[in-house]
Write a protein that binds this ligand. Structure first.
Ligand SMILES: NC(=O)c1ccc[n+]([C@@H]2O[C@H](COP(=O)([O-])OP(=O)(O)OC[C@H]3O[C@@H](n4cnc5c(N)ncnc54)[C@H](O)[C@@H]3O)[C@@H](O)[C@H]2O)c1
Ligand SMILES: O=C(O)C[C@H](O)C(=O)O
Length: 321
């Protein structure tokens, strides 16, 4: 580990490396450090960017009363022995673009990040954030050569959090009382499962008419684009970072939490050789299990339509590599 010993403790308990110190990566670093979850190595290709952010975060530790360390670098050797590596490097979309439009520009970045991070942290769990999410998670898996269980993509938790927020805003209830579930690809064909959405255990179908539910489903599908349009300079990062942080916690503390995430399927839901959003349990081994819900014919068909688009883009990505 190439770090001054005065900065980096020898007995650091858990280490998370974040590749890409942009909006998502830096916000995630702040969350992890300020919640005292783990030490963080922040890496970016832009000289000085990760180092500057790390110094800034280190200087807030007294105010935030946190004890974790954060180190910025351009060098993968500094990410050695990480327990979790988050890949958040690459371009965000601009207004008018789909996430799939980022495939070409981000594929090489993600493949390089997965290979280099894995070379220095062969025991880490890889958590992918870069878009188009399900395809990038597949590429990271192939590039790393790791067992599929050790790779997971962040998206379903974000899409579910958005659906949860929209339901709470519509009904005027506390967001924590709402439970929501979105499966499928992280794209326009995501599959919000209204049957699994409740307010304090009451199905939302008892509380809202179909037209209202359909309006919230549509808003959930477009929630990323809505923010891209408002910001004009990139995408959302507060909720993406919060969701990724939740996944990091479940992995590091072996919490085995259920959450929708992009996991490798080998026949579950009738799908094979694909990463796509499904309910998983996340623990220290990565994806402990995939929960196979009893879907209706309509829900299953929607999941398969979503999967077809991911499979098509995986083929496109393979041709690029
Ligand atoms: N999965 C999700 O739900 C979700 C949510 C939000 C953002 N995203 C995606 O995450 C990615 C990052 O978003 P952002 O808003 O942080 O973008 P950003 O532009 O703010 O940051 C990206 C960072 O990656 C760095 N980078 C580029 N190439 C690199 C390389 N080869 N090695 C290391 N670093 C490199 C850039 O220098 C930049 O600092 C985008 O692809 C975005 O679409 C996904
Ligand atoms: O919308 C985007 O491009 C970023 C991210 O995937 C999101 O859903 O916020």
């Amino acid at each position: 580990m190439i770090m001054p010993s005065s900065v980096w403790p020898n007995n650091s308990p858990a280490r998370v490396s974040i590749i890409g110190a942009g909006k998502v990566g830096s916000t995630l670093a702040q969350r992890i450090v300020e919640k005292n979850i783990a030490d963080v190595v922040l890496l970016d290709v832009v000289p000085g960017l990760a180092e500057g952010m790390a110094l800034d975060l280190m200087q807030a530790r007294g105010i935030e009363r946190c004890v974790r360390f954060v180190f910025g670098t351009n060098n993968y050797a500094d990410t050695a022995e990480s327990n979790v590596v988050v890949i958040a490097a690459g371009s965000p979309r601009k207004p008018g673009m789909s996430r799939d439009d980022l495939l070409q520009v981000n594929a090489k970045i993600v493949v390089e990040a997965a290979k280099k991070a894995n070379a220095h942290s062969p025991d880490a769990i890889l958590l992918v954030v870069t878009n188009p999410l399900d395809v990038m998670t597949y590429l990271a898996w192939q590039a790393s050569g790791l067992p599929s269980q050790r790779i997971v993509g962040m998206a379903g938790g974000l899409d579910s959090a958005r659906f949860q927020a929209f339901i709470a805003m519509e009904l005027g209830v506390p967001t924590v009382d709402v439970s929501a579930m979105v499966l499928g690809s992280h794209g326009d064909l995501m599959v919000p499962l209204t049957r699994y959405c409740t307010v304090s255990g009451i199905p939302i179908t008892e509380l809202m008419d179909n037209a209202t539910i359909e309006r919230l489903v549509e808003r959930t599908r477009n929630a990323g684009a809505e923010i891209v349009h408002l910001l004009q300079t990139g995408g959302a990062y507060f909720t993406p970072a919060a969701t990724t942080c939740l996944m990091v916690e479940s992995i590091l503390f072996n919490q085995s939490r259920f959450m929708p995430a992009s996991a490798y399927l080998q026949g579950e839901y009738g799908l094979k050789d694909i990463f796509i959003g499904v309910p998983c349990r996340l623990g220290s081994i990565g994806v402990e299990s995939v929960l196979e819900l009893n879907l209706t014919e309509t829900e299953r068909a929607a999941l398969h339509v979503s999967a077809q688009s991911v499979l098509k883009n995986i083929q496109r990505a393979k041709q690029l590599m």
